[in-house]
Design a protein around this ligand. Structure first.
Ligand SMILES: CCCCCCCCCCCCCCCC(=O)SCCNC(=O)CCNC(=O)[C@H](O)C(C)(C)COP(=O)(O)OP(=O)(O)OC[C@H]1O[C@@H](n2cnc3c(N)ncnc32)[C@H](O)[C@@H]1OP(=O)(O)O
Length: 251
């Protein structure tokens, strides 16, 4: 179980760095029998085990602010130098609604729980109803940015976003950032100051910064601002502690 969780986690990091493996399809008429067999196997595999849907890509619920900011950061993921496309300073992190699907065994987690488990922020199927977001990471600046559109199911005070939903997003973005920087971590501490309410349906930007790393500790700060950056909504600091796979399954 510990090994499979470890492998799953490594898979996550591969996904994050865009290094997912692909089976190449042969180029066409000159292809060998072996190559076409490979292609057929890959097609069959993707039919039987469809790839999970990347929920960080635009959908029809995304409003103009969400789209504008997505396009801005997405355009920085690739730069053109002398007519050639190169990876840019930013990278979009794909996002799926399941983590445990890829774990096998299950001494501590029953098969039923494994099959039903969903990532909290990605468990509502109706597009635009809850958490719509995309996270970009800048390795050089050690910074993450998340563009977040808060749907109508996240209401707290009338017409505004629930503080718990804001905390969830801060924890998720800072946690993803800490994972990116330090590997497997758990949130040990999260301090939040709510400065101004966020309107339901609006788009905000979460920025996550590395404050320092000390041994097992990764200190992150995070701020939430309006889409145009003019208004500060929330500020937070968080401490993440690096753990081993056996920590997480209680061995
Ligand atoms: C490419 C990237 C793809 C990424 C793709 C990711 C996809 C997925 C995205 C989803 C992202 C969701 C991110 C959600 C993240 C959660 O929500 S995690 C869930 C909430 N957190 C928890 O449940 C944690 C519960 N707490 C614990 O399990 C344990 O307390 C901990 C945190 C593991 C620490 O326990 P421990 O390892 O025994 O550590 P301990 O020896 O007590 O303390 C070690 C040091 O830390 C200090 N410390 C411990 N706790 C604290 C504290 N609360 N305050 C201050 N100091 C503390 C101690 O004082 C000690 O300091 P030193 O004496 O060494 O200086």
């Amino acid at each position: 179980m510990a090994r499979s969780l470890g492998q799953m986690f490594k898979g996550f990091l591969r996904l994050g760095s865009g290094l997912t493996t692909r089976t190449p399809c042969p180029p066409g008429p000159g292809s060998t029998h072996r190559a076409s067999l490979l292609c057929t196997t890959a097609a069959l595999q993707s039919f039987l085990f469809p790839k999970p849907r990347d929920l960080s890509l635009p959908n029809s619920s995304w409003g103009p602010d969400m789209m504008r900011l997505y396009e801005h950061y997405n355009s920085l993921c690739e730069v053109e130098t002398e007519g050639e496309k190169q990876p840019g300073p930013w990278r979009r992190l794909p996002s799926y609604n399941r983590i445990l699907k890829y774990a096998t065994g299950g001494v501590y987690l029953s098969k039923i729980i494994q099959s039903k488990a969903r990532l909290f922020t990605r468990n509502i199927k109706q597009q635009g109803a809850a958490f719509e977001y995309v996270v970009f990471v800048n390795k050089e600046e050690q910074k993450c940015v998340c563009v977040f559109q808060a749907g109508h199911l996240l209401e707290g005070p009338p017409g505004h976003v629930h503080g718990g939903a804001i905390a969830t997003m801060i924890d998720s973005v800072a946690g993803t950032h800490a994972t990116y920087l330090s590997g497997l971590v758990l949130t040990a501490n999260l301090n939040i100051n709510y400065r101004s309410p966020i309107s339901l349906g609006s788009t905000v930007v979460l920025e996550s910064f590395l404050d320092k790393k000390e041994d097992r500790k990764t200190f992150i700060s995070c701020k939430v601002t309006s889409a145009d950056g003019s208004k500060l909504h929330t500020e937070a600091t968080a401490l993440f502690l690096s753990i081993t796979v056996s920590n997480i399954i209680g061995m």
